[in-house]
Design a binder for this molecule. Structure first.
Ligand SMILES: C[S@@+](CC[C@H](N)C(=O)[O-])C[C@H]1O[C@@H](n2cnc3c(N)ncnc32)[C@H](O)[C@@H]1O
Length: 328
């Protein structure tokens, strides 16, 4: 008899466990345990939920290795459960915040695969960015997730052709709440920066720039990157932006960068392009937004249509895959 060594189909298709993890995170069960509440009635009272159902849920998770149940109806944290105390994990899992958009969005996967178009609005009534516009609390939770609390400290260590010496001005297009721009300016005192993102998002950047002591060298502009961008900067940065958009919109964003960078600026793309032979993967922004991770060849076509020429592309020692473009 052959011994089956591959992954187990039941485990691979289990939806119960991920939902239980999200619910435990949303109810802050780990925090209540750390605060000394360990019995199921106390936990249910603290979390404001049904004790019997919570017991089943935590029992299931303990069986999967998240939490321990040292005595019936008593729960303790193990190392894995300690992860639920991490603010970054909380932001992504919390069903009352952006986690409550990401997790159910997987329910649109069949429609997305069948049509090639995101079906987010079938669940939430609006496309993703418009849904955030309509729900300021969820938008705040998204901004926090992509900011330093969620995604961690930004690293400004990517190389550009000829070095940073010739760069005096940087525009971070779709730069979120400014974490990367703050680190670039902190590392390079001669550089001035402009942050471009939605008004609600750039409004949250002040504290990040002040904490990095760069507030006097930065301008924050709340506008759409589909509108004309501040012109004449040396470098236009697009980090984890183009991978959120189908070809037509990604080309339009690049065209705005090309127009603003002309004649002598350049456009640097991070986190959206992979080597031609990179394995293909399905990730959240594809399901949410119809986004695309592009190979260098695919990106070259897009850049050309936007009036840009790819002048360098490659993996750097930091692991970042960096693409540089010049206006045609
Ligand atoms: C995945 S986040 C990346 C943020 C940042 N560059 C980073 O790497 O952390 C995409 C960003 O695009 C912004 N964005 C989406 N649509 C936009 C638009 N039409 N105009 C300006 N910014 C937009 C979002 O608010 C968000 O900050």
């Amino acid at each position: 008899m052959q011994v089956h060594q591959g992954p187990n189909l039941s485990d691979l298709s289990d939806l119960c466990t991920p939902w239980c993890v999200h619910v435990a995170a949303t109810l802050r069960i780990a925090d209540h345990i750390v605060a000394g509440i360990t019995d199921i009635d106390g936990l249910a009272a603290a979390a404001g939920c049904d004790a019997g159902v919570l017991h089943n849920l935590l029992g299931h998770l303990a069986g999967k290795g998240l939490f321990e149940e040292p005595a019936p109806g008593r729960f303790a944290l193990n190392e894995t459960a300690q992860g639920l105390l991490d603010p970054a994990q909380r932001l992504g899992l919390d069903l009352d915040g952006i986690g409550g958009r990401f997790a159910p969005a997987w329910g649109t996967l069949l429609a997305y695969v069948r049509t090639g178009k995101p079906a987010y609005r079938e669940i939430f009534g609006l496309p993703f960015w418009e849904d955030l516009d309509a729900h300021p609390d969820i938008a705040a939770s998204f901004d926090a997730l992509i900011g330093p609390v969620g995604h961690g400290a930004a690293t400004p260590e990517f190389r550009i052709t000829g070095g940073w010496e010739s760069v005096r001005t940087v525009v971070d297009v779709g730069g979120g709440t400014g974490a990367l721009l703050a680190e670039i300016l902190r590392a390079r005192p001669e550089v001035r920066g402009t942050l471009v993102d939605f008004p609600r998002t750039v409004a949250r950047s002040g504290e990040i720039f002040r904490a990095a002591s760069v507030a006097d060298r930065v301008t924050a502009i709340g506008q759409s990157f589909f509108d004309p961008l501040p012109a004449g900067a040396d470098l236009y940065l697009l980090k984890k932006v183009l991978n959120n958009w189908p070809d037509r919109e990604a080309t339009a964003i690049l065209a705005r960068c090309a127009e603003a960078a002309r004649p002598a600026g350049r456009v640097v793309v991070l986190g959206s392009v992979s080597p031609d032979d990179a394995p293909r993967r399905l990730v959240m922004e594809m399901v949410l937004l119809g986004g695309k991770q592009r190979t260098v060849s695919e990106f070259q076509d897009l850049a050309g249509a936007a009036g840009l020429e790819v002048s360098a592309a490659g993996q750097q020692p930091s692991g970042a895959f960096v693409v540089e473009c010049r206006p045609l």
